[in-house]
Unconditional design. Sequence first.
Length: 309
Amino acid sequence: MELREIQIFLTLAEELHFGRTADRLHVSPARVSQVIKKQERAIGAELFKRTSRNVQLTPVGEQLRDGLAAGYQQIQEALATAAAAGREITGELRVGYSAAWCGNLVVAAADIFRSRHPDCLVHIQDSQLHDPLGPLRDGSRDLQLIELPIDEPDIVNGPVFFSEPRALAVPADHPFAERETVSLEDLAEAPMITVSGQPPYLLDFHYPQRTPKGRPIPRGPSTTAWQEVLALVGAGKGVSPTSARAADYYSRPDVAYVPFRDAPPVEYGLLWPATGNTPKVRAFVRTVVETAALQAGAVRSGRTAPGRV
């Protein structure tokens, strides 16, 4: 039984008059009669006793009315609450991202979000590696989809959308470029190019100072942007860990990407300020979750290439 048909039944049960029911619901009396007959056929019993003078509920009709009324009221209240929340989603929403594949997901989610909330303008911006949390703290960003881990009392960690195997970006003429894989122990053999300005624990996770066996990892130049990292690697100034997917998005003739065989993955998740848990932020998070699920389903069915997720 569809929601509209439930509404027709409950209204007739209240009015006990086909004409008044039709007027209230802006349908024809014939439509009301058609719906009731359909319900009676489905249930296998009369719901109303009809005479030329009046309409009365049968015992089965009374039972159905009592069973449906509370649930229908809850549905109406839920719809009203959702509509009220939707009206709150106005103004602007500023969303940052780091890696290109994060940007693809954010852009796709923003398209869906705009179609649902046309009164809310979504600004999408590239996040800087050297200051991943600054824009969230100074109010210039509402959300960011960036590398983890992030462990800050004033920042909310939302869903994780990507868990990517790691690779080592090396100069194309470096001996590592000839290998099928590298190990974390190999980091002791080449200067590591790092990104400055990140929280210490984030730097330690992505740019460790020692190998698992305790060997020191030499430091190369430090920079503030990913394209600068690649330029330094291509110039032979060192190597730098990254996501293996970077090979698909940041291909350069002077840089090779060699997969790690023993490094933990790089995860990417949504972050937002603890003080910024607004209806539009929650709505955008839900939209990103839905969009990621749709894209994953498209990949599984072969409708798109994995690199576009």
